[in-house]
Design a protein around this ligand. Structure first.
Ligand code: ADP
Ligand code: ZN
Length: 621
């Protein structure tokens, strides 16, 4: 049964998915897996991982090798993933707890017959005796074609997505020896990679590491001033009517921010693990299906979200580390159109993150790793040079200044803050020495700047030699100095009042042995300056539609309205029917025949057959 000649993978890509060519490493990976090799695939979010197992699944199925099993933790998204495959004419299904008994049995029959091309299931399901028995039966008959383990970083305890059930997936290696296996992830660091190889028994797998650059994403990190206002300005000035995600550190802040945005007339939904499953699912579905919604969420939201037209990801709180930041921001702009990653960060973020690590129950070794990761993230936030060079450098990739981050677009002014840092440290020292207790940041800055407040009078801090020695700088600059000193670990905050204290490291700075160069805080939003220069276009505003003339715009709108009807009828997100870019190309080129329509990227054989005539009619109208 294995002697049927398989079709060439490129032909499958073109016929089924309607794409011209493989991207980056896709072609190589596909060849390797079709040939029976194991693979570890590391690609950034939006890099095109799905096709690297879907194309081999189709090719091998047509060669009589049976079913590909896709292991995924994302139960809530399986319906859309399977729906997208059925839309392009690939027989796929999922088995999970959302199905009733009859539905599940129907799918099991399809599975056992070998007719299914792909089956999606969560690990806890796969490891049940009933499920394993079905896989055994397929395997014995040579009908288990391929095992693809998606979101493979879930097997690693180092990430925040660790799932116990993933650990047991290693047993599939021995049980189904000879069946090629793939592990796919967008997490690239060494520790995670080593965990995946070891725990999923992939020592013999070939590793494919794609470039982690996402050139269409613009990175911007601003000093937190009035975060809500800063966010609102971003949404109104840059991303009006566009879909995006706003990440917050706590559930409470998620609720508050979503409600506040609603009050400001911006359609926003909250999402966090404390909400009912039904509410979470409803909000997720609305975000995927409707246009222009803002999802305000904790990190509980986002894994597996393959909505292609998310135009911005904003962080109101510092993420946990650079890996998390990169995964979260990677959810913007999967369609390759301009998108933005924006973050506001301030002293409190640094304090909170440090405290979370210190107060955690993890062992010292684990904490040491976490502190190192936090430091790398803080260095990124404080950087005056290209953010992308630093991000990619963190993942071991060398690059040149990108021209598409805040620091490249408007190089920040810097100032020599070594002297100021010494003044600040000696002021903390004097206050502590004089009063025997520590003080918080607000009071420290008042003393430094020589402000006669009640508290200053009460504690006689106007008598200190350091009173007013920092009058030459404004408060924003001093906050920057303090934040930097906390980030560098020379100052720590203690107790429930966040009182400041020096560490051993402060001594070297006090002696002037540690040069400190800081960014000058920006008063106006950097962006306003960008626009006055006239150099730079907006990060948002989907480029596809922006290039259409008025007539084409009208056709584009008509196609979108048509697509919305189909999507509703099939209970799928609109982008599963066709991407914006595909509709824009149709509007632009106005194909008059099915043959002409077939040449547009994203139009495969099945969609041409199902929708071709209707599209030509919409265009003709
Ligand atoms: P990942 O799973 O790596 O985050 P996806 O597999 O969802 O990324 O792919 C991201 C987007 O890129 C999808 O919309 C997909 O249709 C598109 N895409 C992937 N490969 C190609 C290709 N070779 N040609 C055109 N579009 C592609
Ligand atoms: Zn740059």
């Amino acid at each position: 049964m294995n002697d049927i000649r398989p079709p060439p993978p490129l032909a499958v890509l073109q016929e089924v998915f309607g794409y011209d060519a493989f991207r980056g490493l896709q072609g190589e990976i596909v060849e390797h897996v079709i040939g029976g090799g194991d693979a570890l695939v590391l690609m950034p979010t939006g890099g095109g991982k799905s096709l690297t197992y879907q194309v081999p699944a189709i090719v091998r199925h047509r060669a009589g090798r049976g079913v590909t099993l896709v292991v995924s933790p994302l139960i809530a998204l399986m319906q859309d993933q399977v729906g997208a495959l059925e839309e392009v004419g690939v027989h796929a299904a999922f088995l999970n707890s959302t199905l009733d008994g009859d539905e599940a049995r129907g799918i099991e029959r399809e599975l056992l017959s070998g007719r299914l091309v792909l089956l999606y299931a969560a690990p806890e399901r796969i490891l049940t005796p009933r499920f394993l028995a079905m896989l055994d039966s397929l395997h014995e008959r040579g009908l288990l074609s391929l095992v693809a383990i998606d979101e493979a970083h879930c097997v690693s305890q180092w990430g925040h997505d660790f799932r116990e059930e993933y650990l047991a997936l290693g047993q599939l290696a021995e049980r189904y020896a000879g069946v090629p296996r793939m592990a796919l992830t967008a997490t690239a660091d060494e520790i995670t990679r080593a965990d995946i190889v070891q725990r999923l028994v992939l020592e013999r797998a070939r590793t494919f590491v794609a470039s982690f650059d996402r050139p269409n994403i613009r990175y911007t990190i601003v000093e937190k001033d009035e975060p809500k206002r800063q966010l609102l300005r971003l949404l109104r000035d840059e991303h009006e009517g566009e879909a995006g995600i706003v990440y917050c550190g706590t559930r409470k802040k998620v609720e508050e921010t979503a409600a506040w945005l609603e009050g400001e007339g911006i359609a926003a939904l909250p999402y966090h693990a404390g909400l009912d499953t039904a509410v979470r699912e409803k909000h997720q579905n609305r975000f995927l299906r409707e246009e222009g919604l803002v999802m305000v969420a904790t990190i509980a939201f986002g894994m597996g979200i393959d909505k292609p037209d998310v135009r911005f990801v904003a962080h109101l709180d510092l993420p946990k580390n650079i890996e998390a930041y990169y995964q979260e921001t990677g959810r913007a702009g999967r369609d390759g159109e301009p998108a933005e990653a924006w973050m506001a960060y301030g002293l409190q973020d640094v304090v909170n993150q440090r405290r979370m690590i210190d107060d955690g129950t993890a062992g010292e070794e684990f904490k040491r790793v976490q502190r190192g990761k936090l430091e790398a993230l803080l260095a990124l936030c404080e950087a005056h040079d290209c953010r992308r060079v630093r991000l990619l450098g963190y993942f071991g990739e060398a690059s040149q200044p990108c021209g598409n981050c805040d620091n490249c677009l408007v190089p920040p002014d810097t100032w020599e803050a070594t002297e100021a840092a010494r003044k600040l440290l000696s002021c903390i020292y004097r206050m502590q020495q004089a009063s025997g207790i520590g003080y918080g940041a607000g009071h420290l800055l008042d003393v430094l700047r020589g402000k006669h407040t009640d508290k200053v009078a009460q504690h006689h801090h106007d008598r200190l030699s350091t009173f007013g020695i920092g009058a030459e700088h404004d408060e924003a600059r001093w906050r920057g100095v303090l934040r930097q000193l906390v980030a560098l670990g020379h100052v720590v905050t203690e107790g429930e009042y966040n009182t400041l204290a020096l560490t051993d490291g402060a001594r070297a700075v006090l002696k002037g042995g540690v040069p400190i160069v800081l960014r000058v805080p920006r008063e106006a939003p950097a962006r306003a300056r960008v626009r006055r220069d006239g150099k730079v276009s907006k990060a948002g505003r989907a480029g596809v539609a922006a290039t259409l003339d008025a007539d084409a715009q009208a056709r584009f709108a008509a196609l979108k309205a048509w697509r919305a009807e189909i999507a509703r009828a099939h209970n799928l997100p609109a982008y599963v029917v066709f991407h914006d870019a595909t509709l824009a190309a149709m509007a632009q080129q106005q194909p008059a025949t099915l043959d002409a329509l077939a040449t547009i990227s994203g139009v495969g054989a099945k969609k041409l057959e199902a929708y071709g005539r209707e599209i030509l009619r919409v265009l003709a109208d």
